[in-house]
Design a protein around this ligand. Structure first.
Ligand SMILES: [Zn+2]
Length: 208
C-alpha cells in the first residue's frame, strides 16, 4: 500500500509538471509573437503591436507602426491593424501594391499620425491631434518625437524594408518550460518502473 502511494505521488507530480510546462509553452505561443521585421518579442494584445494580414489571409506581427509598414510592404497587399497609442481606437491601414490604399478609422483620418522616435519603442500610432498631444505630454521620451503622416511613415518603412530580413520568426520558449516538461516526463516514466521494482522486491521473499 505504501509502495502504491509512492507510485501515485510520482505519477501525479509528474503529470502536474508536464501539464504545467506544456500549458506555459502553449500560452506563450498563443499570446506572444516576434516582429517579422525587427524580431522584437511582442504581446499580441499590446496597444503598440500591429497585426498584419497579407492577401493570402495569413497573419503576421509587427512591434510598431514603422515595422508594421515594413511587414505590410514586404507582402505588398496587406491590412495593417493598429491602434491609437493614446485612446486604443482601431486604425486599419490597407496597402495595395505597396501603396496606401485606404484607412478604416472611426475618426477623422486626416489626423492620424505616426510619432517616429527613431526606434521601435518610440514609434507610436495616434488617431487625433489630441491623442498625439497626450502622448507628447505623458511620456518623457515622446516630448520632441516628430509626427509623420501615414504616407511619410510608409516611406520610412519602405527605406527600412531594404535593410531588413522580413519573415516569420519563432518565439523562444524559456528553458524553465523545457525543464518542467522534462521533469514531468521523467517522473511519469519513473512511476511504472518504481511500481515494478517494488513488486519484485515484495515478491522475492515470498518465492524464496
Ligand atoms: Zn519591429
Amino acid at each position: 500500500m505504501k509502495g502504491l502511494s509512492i507510485v501515485a505521488i510520482l505519477a501525479v507530480v509528474g503529470m502536474i509538471f508536464l501539464i504545467g510546462g506544456v500549458a506555459a509553452a502553449l500560452n506563450r505561443t498563443l499570446t506572444t509573437a516576434r516582429c517579422e521585421a525587427c524580431g522584437m518579442e511582442v504581446v499580441k494584445t499590446d496597444v503598440s503591436t500591429e497585426r498584419v494580414v497579407s492577401s493570402d489571409g495569413e497573419e503576421h506581427w509587427a512591434c510598431c507602426p514603422i515595422c508594421g509598414f515594413v511587414v505590410g510592404l514586404y507582402y505588398e497587399d496587406a491590412e495593417i491593424q493598429g491602434q491609437c497609442f493614446a485612446c486604443n481606437q482601431d486604425i486599419d491601414v490597407h496597402l495595395e501594391a505597396s501603396q496606401l490604399s485606404y484607412v478604416e478609422f472611426s475618426g477623422n483620418k486626416e489626423f492620424i499620425k505616426v510619432l517616429v522616435g527613431g526606434m521601435c519603442m518610440k514609434n507610436k500610432l495616434v488617431g487625433s491631434a489630441a491623442c498625439a498631444q497626450a502622448v507628447h505630454q505623458s511620456y518623457e521620451w515622446a516630448t520632441d518625437v516628430p509626427e509623420k503622416t501615414l504616407q511619410e511613415a510608409l516611406m520610412i518603412g519602405n527605406n527600412k524594408l531594404a535593410t531588413m530580413t522580413v519573415g516569420y520568426k519563432p518565439i523562444s520558449i524559456p528553458a524553465l518550460n523545457y525543464v518542467l516538461i522534462g521533469t514531468g516526463v521523467v517522473l511519469l516514466a519513473a512511476a511504472p518502473i518504481t511500481w515494478k521494482l517494488m513488486n519484485k522486491r515484495s515478491e522475492s521473499p515470498a518465492t524464496n
